[in-house]
Design a protein around this ligand. Structure first.
Ligand code: NAD
Ligand code: GLY
Length: 364
């Protein structure tokens, strides 16, 4: 079972191919875009598990695949990582007619996309996402970036991939905690714009994460379809695309307050952040309390943290969380942007939130 989702961006339109075993077809799909040697950028963990098979599949299609293996983890999304990657790409004499493949999670996708965007003023790239987070979120939509010492994702550009190939079978090797963190972004789509999808997730998400291929393909494909629709409407985030940041203002603050450490993965921060956004919406009289409770109950049932108290270690204090929010990219004219909800599947963007209510929710 597989699905193709179109990202309608005119002359930069592309397809997302989602399926169990889709990697097998990546040779044929990439062959039409490739010219000359094709760098396959990956990280050390993914290289150990999935690189040999990928090289084999691409080789059989007649593609001269050249691996570039970066250290695993956020450390590679750095100026040093970018310099190392660009150096290797230049040594391979990749020209503007070439194609670079990103095989990995959001770190590899963001770094490779950024390098492809700036190398020789822009080289085409393909995303082959290997984490659930990357399959449903970071590989789609063309946001690419590295981190600066001042904060995450501050150096970046929009550079759309030419194709996304999401093989859900690759998720079988992902540690459970990473799978769950990615699942937070799947649940996000239900909360932000599709109550029917949320109903479906309540009934089927455990099955999908438990290895049911058809259910996982549906969860990934539906998430990609929702993201593709939003990106096609608002590629540069001047409006609706901000809805994809549901839970992120709170989530980023929690990640910052826990030192971007193993205490809290990005998706875990988003999970707690979405519950806080729901609670803030209830506090402001916008959303029914039972929707917020139902959403938190589902995340908990899946095994995700759903409250600040679920973060191991000392509880981040309210003032440091508010200070971290003030540094967020989403601050404009000194005002915080929040995505709030009127209920499950009904989100909206607002900059009109009293800080006292935010503090109350953080302290609860
Ligand atoms: P990641 O890329 O670090 O991957 C998580 C871990 O899983 C790594 O250790 C990796 O080596 C390992 N891994 C990857 N695939 C595997 C597999 N199939 N089997 C076993 N192990 C595997 O992290 P992530 O969660 O995929 O992405 C997080 C990054 O994505 C952050 O840098 C974040 O800023 C970025 N992001 C970008 C966007 C965007 O729109 N561009 C959106 C969301 C997040
Ligand atoms: N992950 C949010 C976005 O792509 O806009």
């Amino acid at each position: 079972m597989s699905e193709i989702i179109k990202v309608g961006l005119g002359d930069r339109a592309y397809d997302i191919h989602v399926g169990g075993g889709m990697l097998e077809q990546s040779g044929a799909l990439l062959k039409t875009l490739a010219r000359g040697p094709v760098p396959v950028v990956t990280d050390a963990h993914v290289a150990d598990i999935h690189l040999a098979k990928t090289q084999d599949v691409l080789g059989k299609a007649g593609i001269d695949a050249r691996p570039i293996v970066m250290p695993a983890g956020e450390v590679s999304k750095s100026f040093a990582g970018l310099e190392k990657l660009c150096g290797q790409l230049l040594d391979m004499e990749i020209d503007r007619g070439g194609l670079i493949v990103a095989l990995g999670g959001g770190v590899i996708g963001d770094l490779t996309g950024f390098a492809a965007g700036v190398l020789k003023r822009g080289v085409a790239f393909a995303q082959v996402p290997t984490t659930l987070l990357a399959q449903v979120d970071s590989s789609v939509g063309g946001k690419t970036a590295i981190n600066a010492k001042q904060g995450k994702n501050l150096i970046g550009l929009f550079h759309q991939p030419r194709i996304v190939i999401a093989d859900t079978a690759l998720l079988a090797t992902l540690p459970r905690r990473e799978l769950l963190a990615g699942y937070a972004e799947v649940a996000k789509y239900g909360a932000l714009g599709d109550a029917d999808f949320f109903n479906w997730l309540e009934a089927n998400a455990a099955k999908a994460l438990g290895g049911d291929s058809a259910a996982m393909v549906k969860a990934v494909a539906h998430s990609c379809r929702m993201k593709a629709d939003i990106v096609a409407r608002d590629e540069r985030e001047t409006g609706d695309r901000a809805l994809l940041n549901l839970g992120h203002t709170f989530g980023h603050a929690l990640e910052a307050a826990t030192g971007f450490s193993d205490r809290l993965l990005h998706g875990e921060g988003v999970a707690i952040g979405m519950v806080l956004a729901f609670q803030l919406s209830v506090k402001l009289g916008l959303a029914p309390g039972q929707d917020a409770e139902r959403f938190a109950r589902h995340l908990k049932a899946m095994g995700l943290p759903a409250a600040i108290a679920d973060i191991p270690g000392p509880r981040p204090d309210v003032d440091s969380l508010v200070a971290a929010m003030a540094h967020d990219k989403k601050v404009k004219d000194g005002k915080l942007t929040f995505i709030l909800l009127r209920g499950l599947g009904q989100s909206f963007v607002t900059r009109d939130v009293p800080i006292a209510a935010v503090k109350d929710v953080l302290a609860a």
